[in-house]
Design a protein around this ligand. Structure first.
Ligand SMILES: [Fe+2]
Length: 486
């Protein structure tokens, strides 16, 4: 239906409110129809047993072997009450297992106390990021609200489902069965371990957990055992979904979305105060008491790219920056409603530079971008490429394409599926020394076929489209973050 036709029908329906005709009933029904992107937040009713994905395009890259583990919310609605925000669905762990060109897909829900209780009463009742919950919620312990739905890290023969407000949930990497919440040390149970760990080239893992104006800085050894956990005071109680790091420094970006009161849902605790600007806190990894603060204009964000610093000590990193928190508060709510206009502007890829004289600056690439990733071998080290999803438009949410951005040349290498597909975050699988000598592995939801696909792109020629695409027989809702285990 065209926009003018829709406007006409809306007007007709309003004008004839007193006289309900079959035509107006049909017009109103059309207005209530789900959006074409509704599969992104559809409910999955059961785990997905291992299934061979069919190669439907191109040729599988020779020798490509490994598993893409991805996490994301996949069950929102129940008869007795539903999650009302994209970030609050039950976590579903997906495993795209690639073996020399053959791909199987299996997926299993994180078997959390929240999901067990809500399955029993067939109602979503637990408060979350944007879901208020109700008195039927059972919150007896620290992990009873944990949705385990945001990201994943590999830990030996386990994968850890990561959330924002609680501990990792260990699942078996081979069959995705849930094992236990991870206690990195007995006395640290209940401390939040967020969804965006950063990896040093030597295997050291850094992460943060937040409680108002305090942050726990987690440092894990390569074997995922705890090295140290240290609590820092922050200059402001900012909402932070992500942080970044160079080889020598941790970088916390304090957007002007400020904790102001207790209560639920969680997002309602924060107030958007753009007049405060954005602060960037740089912390010495070797001595967490050594900190510097930089000031930038206000912007909102969820995701940062890996940071690096040059010989002079100048630090650079990218951010998918927005202008306010309309998407976080309202857009992600309307995504679950699956109809209507989704509030919030798409994010734009920016480069932040922190100079040694204390100045900070932010330069826009101009490209629409979310889920920035880069070559894992260069984490914390100089690089030029950022891989990101792309293609969100003001009139339509969610990405439809994939791109690389080259900070040296200012060149975007972009491919779009158009409205036929919803693109998800890509992981980078290096095959040679150069940053472009890599495969980009990412799933999508093929909206026309109603199925999930997996794609391999050549990082040197993204605009050519996928070199290989495999198709499942089921559509999984859009996931958030993944990791490649080679
Ligand atoms: Fe995230």
């Amino acid at each position: 239906m065209t926009a003018s036709r829709r406007s006409f029908l809306m007007g007709a329906a309003a004008l004839s409110a007193a006289v309900v005709t079959p035509e107006t009933v049909r017009a109103m029904a059309a207005m209530q129809a789900s959006a074409d992107w509704a599969l992104a937040t559809a409910d999955l009713e059961a785990d997905v047993a291992p299934w061979v994905m069919r190669l439907v395009h191109g040729r599988a890259p020779a020798g490509l072997t490994g598993t893409l583990f991805r996490n994301g919310p996949a069950k929102f609605r129940r008869p007795g009450g539903s999650a009302t925000h994209w970030f609050d669905g039950d976590g579903l762990m997906r495993a795209f297992r690639v073996n020399d060109g053959q791909v199987t897909l299996d997926a299993r829900f994180a078997d959390t106390p929240k999901r067990r209780w809500e399955s029993e009463i067939d109602a979503v009742v637990t408060p979350g990021f944007g879901t208020i919950g109700d008195a039927r919620a059972r919150i007896g312990g620290t992990e009873d609200a944990n949705a385990a739905n945001t990201s994943v890290m590999v830990a030996g023969d386990e994968v850890w489902a990561l959330w924002e407000g609680g501990a990792p949930l260990a699942m078996d990497a081979s069959d995705l069965s849930t094992k236990r919440f991870v206690a990195l040390r007995d006395d640290l149970k209940g401390m939040p371990f967020q969804a965006h760990p950063r990896y040093d080239p030597d295997g050291t893992i850094w992460n943060i957990g937040l409680d108002a104006d305090k942050a726990v800085i987690w440092r894990l050894n390569a074997d995922r055992s705890l090295h140290t956990a240290e609590v820092l005071d922050l200059p402001r109680a900012s909402y932070m979904h992500d942080f970044t790091a160079t080889a020598r420094h941790l970088i916390l970006v304090l957007q002007p979305w400020i904790f102001g009161r207790q209560g639920m849902p969680y997002a309602a605790r924060f107030q958007w105060k753009p007049e405060m600007g954005t602060q960037v806190m740089v912390i010495d990894k070797a001595d967490l008491s050594r900190r510097r603060i930089f000031e930038l204009p206000s912007f909102s964000y969820f995701h940062l790219g890996d940071a690096w610093e040059d010989g002079s000590g100048t630090i650079r990193f990218d951010v998918a920056a927005g202008k306010d928190v309309a998407f976080a508060l309202d857009g992600a709510r309307v995504l679950v409603e699956q109809r209507g206009v989704v509030p919030g502007e798409h994010a734009v890829l920016n480069l932040i530079t922190l100079h040694t004289d204390g100045r900070a600056e932010m330069v826009s690439s101009g490209v629409t971008a979310e889920f920035p990733r880069s070559d894992p071998r260069r984490a914390g080290l100089p690089r030029r490429l950022t891989v990101h999803t792309a293609g969100e438009r003001p009139d339509r949410p969610l990405p439809t394409g994939l791109a690389t951005w080259d900070w040296d040349t200012g060149r975007s290498d972009y491919f779009s599926f158009g409205d036929a597909q919803i693109m998800e975050e890509a992981v980078i699988v290096p095959r040679g020394p150069d940053e472009t000598d890599a495969w980009l592995i990412a799933p999508s939801i093929n909206l026309r076929e109603g199925v999930t696909e997996l794609h391999a792109f050549d990082a040197a020629r993204v605009a050519d489209g996928p070199v290989a695409s495999w198709r499942a027989d089921v559509a999984l809702p859009a996931g958030f973050h993944g990791v490649w285990a080679g």
